[in-house]
Design a protein around this ligand. Structure first.
Ligand code: THU
Length: 142
């Protein structure tokens, strides 16, 4: 797939965000870098809480930061995740709640990049990861 943005740079930014992860309970560090249609990048890391359910994923931190800055349209997100002090050996696919948050602001062609390294990554679309998702259009007329 031909990209019009620097995919490796976005992965690098997700790796940078991951270093900020606050995850004393799981020790699983996640970093995300969200690229807006305007070309700005919003990083996010996971933020855990002693009341576990209050934890927020890296992807949602990135989205909430971006929307708060006035962004509403997005092109891609890079995600990197793995246990603290260990080599990243698997792709960190976004959880269901994060996919639903993406669905709120992104179309089916929104790109989701999961990376183990700058050389080893997968590029998928939101349509692939959340087919037949529930969106605001279903509430119109309700
Ligand atoms: N986590 C994310 O940041 N993103 C996801 O999509 C899945 C999980 C975080 C939440 C928690 O801090 C840790 O990973 C373990 O679940």
């Amino acid at each position: 797939m031909e990209e019009t943005f620097d995919l490796k740079k976005l992965i690098l930014q997700a790796m940078g965000a991951r270093t900020k992860a606050y995850c004393p309970y799981s020790n699983y560090q996640v970093g995300a870098a969200l690229l807006s249609s305007q070309g700005r990048v919003y990083p996010g890391c996971n933020l855990e809480n002693a009341s576990y359910g209050a934890t927020v994923c890296a992807e949602r931190v990135a989205f909430f930061r971006a929307v708060q800055e006035g962004e509403r349209e997005f092109r891609a997100i890079a995600i990197v995740g793995g246990r603290k002090d260990q080599k990243i050996d698997s792709y960190a696919y976004p959880c269901g709640i994060c996919r639903q948050v993406m669905k709120e602001f992104c179309g089916d062609d929104f790109l989701i990049i999961v990376a183990k390294s700058l050389e080893d990554y997968k590029v998928m679309t939101l349509g692939e990861l959340l087919p037949h998702g529930f969106g605001g259009e279903q509430l119109s007329g309700a």
